[in-house]
Ligand binder design. Sequence first.
Ligand code: ARG
Length: 268
Amino acid sequence: MKPSLLMCSPEYFGVRYAINPWMEGQIGQVDPAVAVRQWTDFYNALKRQADIHLIDPQSHVPDLVFTANAGLMHEGHFIPSRFKHEERRREEPIFRKAFESRATRITLLPKNIYFEGAGDALMQPDSNRLWAGYGFRTDREAHPFLAEQLSLEVVSLHLTHPRFYHLDTCFCPLLDDQVMYYPAAFDEPSLQAIEARIPPENRIVVAEEDAVHFACNAVLVGRMLFMNHAGPELAQLIKNKGYMPVIQPVSEFLKAGGANKCLTLPLG
Ligand code: ARG
């Protein structure tokens, strides 16, 4: 069965405030025509492999394109995000409404706990394990709540590098108990938590030059890995593990601190 993904077209995308290091110095710098072209190319490539659902863009929320941050959908049960920054909190009612018809159940987080959805919560395929990031956007306190509500094993990973402020910027679960990740984004206990669960031969370690081009922010559909960039060595490592890297450049979106994975939300 084809996976379902939620996306939002970028008519109103732009950098209009700075809430992460990538956005600094980029206010007003997005070329809207290029952004639309890049997003559309990515959307068309993805559409051949997945069912894409769309939500309507709105002019007052330029980051709405990053649907990964809507919340976390697990087997029809949706946990909406509670954004750390006021600028993105305006997206909450839009996403919440979009899920009234799409989810079988919606559970709200306790007040004052931040959680930025699938940007900080990634399922290991074919397992009961949710990798969950915290430190910049999501509070660690959100993790036991997710574990209980969704009956999942939640592994908490502490993000410590400001450029890798969401887990999906530096970590990508793959098939067969494999992961691709950028170790410098994590603290030591988190690296140990990864290493304790994933044997060395199942780890694709991403180098800094690939990580800063959002190589970890990849969308896995079947054995295809849609990503902004992979240098020749990383591309070879990915191929050696049996995946096909599909390069879909989204440089305009990097100016806002997001790439391919951030532009999609798994619906199931
Ligand atoms: N400008 C957005 C923010 O700072 C980018 C979000 C990227 N999304 C992601 N899942 N990493 O919130």
